[in-house]
Ligand binder design. Structure first.
Ligand SMILES: CC(C)(COP(=O)(O)OP(=O)(O)OC[C@H]1O[C@@H](n2cnc3c(N)ncnc32)[C@H](O)[C@@H]1OP(=O)(O)O)[C@@H](O)C(=O)NCCC(=O)NCCS
Length: 396
């Protein structure tokens, strides 16, 4: 038998088709349902992009108004869910907190359903669940940051759009338009990215005919890792470690000698730069001006140019988004939960796409363990012997 062709990490493997987004490494471009992401980030609200990812088209004025009405009506955390959140230690990692709350919401949703197939839901039910998760996640993330600071919850404001309301619930201040714009852009840029690890996890779970909440919970677990969503958090730790632009060269000498990876650089698919970076960098520049923090821009530029010239590895979206979220006032620990709030749109679009055209995802593995051996004294049953000897064509 010939050796199986193993693609470690599934690198270069096409696992299925999707109509949700297209990543083109040749042109470093990313399209959501055909639209370049930078065009969407420059012109659309996150609500409109969520609609696009779910439905395949940008919404008309009425469709957007309808989505916004449902989103606003589902923003607040219900009292019974709040009790569970308050029971969690404030020292829990916020990714664990959000993952747990989403799981809990699933438990509330499917309460009373005793058939596992019914729990998987109809397309209409799953769209409804997707919109409700999209609506409630900002309150969960915002309250998480406030709880860690010993602050009271801030209820949502019906007169504010998604991005402004998210910032309001976190900081209790009406945000400046430049901050709302930067935040809205970041949400759009993080919304979707084809078969990345967390989305693929969601699709694997969905492929077993499990429910949407289970898919999202699994996706959050995958996103938590620093090789995926955790990188924007790690970028801020790096910035803190370096301190200022003058320290970049000696710092880099040391970490490269130690063969450490520099978070926020490199990408499995884009090898010549990530198309989302210039759009997010524009937003970061606007924030640097707004908060008058040229030191942040200096450190950003120094590390980027030094690392790119030494290694030829370019920044990914986490590189500009980490400092941008920090300037807005988000805690470093809240960055990856912000990614969840954005990516919920892409994950749920993929879950619904998987449900609409399902095949159980179950790859093969090659084996490199011990050769076959036997437990002493074991006598096989006649049926077991027959099964082992059954000819292949009878396997069905
Ligand atoms: C994203 C990432 C996992 C992609 O990995 P990949 O496609 O499997 O590429 P590899 O990790 O095999 O990297 C190829 C080479 O580039 C190096 N490299 C890649 N990213 C690097 C980084 N951020 N810092 C230092 N070296 C890096 C690797 O060490 C490896 O070098 P080698 O061939 O000498 O061993 C990787 O670039 C990384 O770990 N980046 C940092 C984490 C991050 O920012 N993640 C967010 C992604 S959106």
């Amino acid at each position: 038998m010939s050796e199986p062709d193993i693609k470690k990490g599934l690198a270069g493997v096409y696992a299925d088709v999707t109509a949700v987004s297209k990543v083109n490494p040749e042109t470093n471009s990313l399209l959501y349902r055909g639209y370049p992401v930078q065009e969407l980030a420059g012109t659309q609200s996150f609500e409109a992009v969520a609609y696009l990812l779910w439905h395949g088209e940008l919404p008309t004025g009425d469709q957007l108004a309808e989505l916004r009405a449902v989103e606003r009506a589902n923003r607040a955390i219900p009292a019974d869910v709040r009790e569970f959140i308050d029971a969690m230690p404030t020292s829990a990692h916020p990714m664990d907190e959000v993952r747990t709350v989403v799981s809990l919401l699933g438990g509330f949703e499917t309460a009373g359903i005793d058939n596992v197939l019914d729990a998987a839901g109809t397309p209409a039910e799953n769209l409804d669940r997707s919109v409700r998760l999209f609506a409630i996640l900002p309150a969960i993330v915002a309250y998480g940051q406030r709880r860690r600071h010993g602050l009271e919850i801030i209820e949502p404001r019906e007169d504010l759009d998604y991005a402004a309301n998210f910032l309001w619930m976190t900081f209790g201040e009406e945000p400046a338009p430049v901050v709302v714009d930067a935040f809205n852009r970041s949400m759009i840029l993080y919304a979707e990215h084809s078969f990345n690890a967390s989305t693929f996890t969601a699709r694997v779970i969905t492929s077993t005919l499990s429910d949407l909440y289970s898919g999202v919970v699994g996706a959050i677990g995958a996103l938590k890792g620093p090789l995926h969503g955790g990188a924007n958090e790690a970028v801020l730790h790096i910035f803190t470690e370096i301190g200022s632009a003058e320290n970049v060269v000696p710092w880099l000498d040391e970490v490269l000698a130690a063969k450490r990876k520099i978070m926020g650089f490199g990408h499995r698919v884009y090898k010549r730069g990530d198309s989302r970076v210039p759009t997010m960098k524009l937003a970061l520049d606007a924030l640097v001006d707004h908060y008058d923090r040229p030191d942040v821009a200096a450190l950003y530029d120094a590390l980027e140019s030094e690392f790119v010239s030494r290694k030829g590895i370019y920044p990914n979206l986490d590189y500009p988004s980490g400092p941008a979220y920090s300037l807005m006032g988000f805690d470093t620990l809240t960055f990856t939960p912000l990614f969840i709030a954005a990516r919920i749109t892409g994950w749920t679009a993929h879950i619904m796409e998987q449900q609409a055209s399902n095949a159980l995802i179950r790859p093969l593995s090659a084996y490199d363990g011990p050769d076959e051996r036997h437990v002493e004294g074991y006598e096989p049953d006649a049926a077991e012997v027959e099964a082992l000897e059954r000819p292949e064509e009878a396997a069905g």
